[in-house]
Design a binder for this molecule. Structure first.
Ligand code: NPG
Length: 366
């Protein structure tokens, strides 16, 4: 396609409740949205999953905006014709910036697939029409408040609970919830909050029959995760450390992880995500689709990915109502613990432009 225009805008959506993790508390979601228009007038949408501050990853909203404007978009626009498959190749010289790159690739892919009248799910190789939903539960003020929040999600039908943990909010919180729900699939996520010396402590989680412990150590500490895997019986699952197919191959070869969380934004896009999925499927490594508090635009695309055959564990693919009073698309509503995979062309959903304008704080066209 020929790229005619790229619109970048920043929106702010309040969260229904504060979301606290080991790296901070979010009360609203600032999102950088990308809209591309091609020579046919077809538009493609994507969201960049970077947060406002570089606390989860080195990327952040205003940094991504700058990177896109200065380097990524000029590189893409310098090509007379471009396909989504070309995007990772054209952008490869610019180091890092996976979240920014992923959003440009996805917006172009959305427009491309709309022209081809093909859904993203079909393009990626999805085999399911609905996906099982898990939910991520933030660090609470006390155990009673945690239990109340977990109950609301269990009652809503979520099929897997993920508890955010950090030193001082771990064993007791897990024990409390496990006692209340002896059977529910349960896992924890530390977002890098522990150190190599915490093996004995984290091994205390082994008695609670958890599906996995997600990213206990620093994202660069592959060796530390490999050592920890020997001290702890619960499977270790890497999230922040997996930024590409190469890093997934390395982590698996070094036995630093036995399960992988795939987040398209973190690995540079859906095309790279499928490569990681294929690697894991071949090696019988379970994968699941992570979440970054996406609006309906990002959620729709994640559902398409989570419908691939290797995604055997429920992902953080929760309903719109988990985070937002009003989503920017038709809300994703869970039925019996599942969300339907959009079947329309491209990502299969569109934003409500009036609502988008109301919550836009910055908009520019390139
Ligand atoms: O359901 O979209 C969701 C969020 C799931 O816990 C979740 N995401 O570390 O995986 C994570 C965490 C996160 C949230 C990371 C926001 C970065 C930003």
């Amino acid at each position: 396609m020929k790229l005619k225009e790229i619109e970048l805008r920043i929106i702010h959506l309040p969260l229904v409740r504060p979301f606290r993790t080991s790296f901070g508390t979010q009360t609203s979601r600032e999102v950088l949205m990308v809209k591309v228009t091609n020579e046919n007038g077809t538009t493609g949408w994507a969201e960049c999953v970077a947060m406002s501050e570089p606390l989860y990853s080195p990327e952040y909203v205003s940094g991504c905006l700058d990177l896109m404007k200065k380097f990524l978009i000029p590189a893409l626009k310098s090509k007379p014709e471009i396909t989504a498959e070309d995007v990772p190749v054209v952008l490869k010289p610019f180091l890092g910036g996976q979240m920014a790159k992923a959003s440009l690739e996805t917006a172009i892919l959305d427009a491309q697939l709309r022209d081809q009248k093909t859904s993203l799910a079909t393009y990626l190789g999805a085999t399911k029409s609905k996906v099982e939903c898990g939910v991520s539960v933030g660090i609470a003020n006390n155990l009673e408040a945690l239990a109340e929040e977990v109950k609301s999600y269990v009652d809503a039908g979520y099929r897997r609970i993920k508890l955010k943990i950090e030193p001082g909010w771990d064993i007791e919180a897990v024990k409390y919830i496990r006692n209340l729900y002896p059977e529910i699939p349960l896992q924890v996520d530390a977002n890098q909050a522990y150190s190599r010396d915490d093996g004995k402590h984290l091994a205390k989680l082994d008695e609670f029959n958890l599906l996995l412990i997600e990213q206990p150590l620093d994202e660069h500490d592959i060796l530390g995760h490999a050592q920890l895997s020997k001290e702890v019986k619960t499977p270790i699952c890497l999230d922040e450390s997996i930024i590409s197919l190469q890093s997934a191959e390395d982590a698996l070869a070094l036995k630093a992880t036995t399960i992988i969380n795939v987040k398209p934004g973190r690995v540079g896009g859906y095309i790279e995500s499928v490569k990681i999925h294929d690697l894991c499927l071949k090696n019988k490594i379970p994968v699941w689709c992570g979440g970054m508090l996406e609006t309906g635009i990002g959620r729709a695309a994640n559902l398409a990915l989570a419908a691939l055959p290797g995604f055997t564990l429920p992902g953080d693919t929760s309903a719109s109502a988990r985070y937002f009073k009003q989503d920017i698309t038709t809300p994703f509503v869970m039925e019996d613990g599942y969300l339907n995979v959009p079947q329309g062309a491209g990502i299969g959903v569109e934003p409500d432009l009036d609502f988008l304008d109301q919550i836009t704080t910055h908009k520019e066209k390139i």
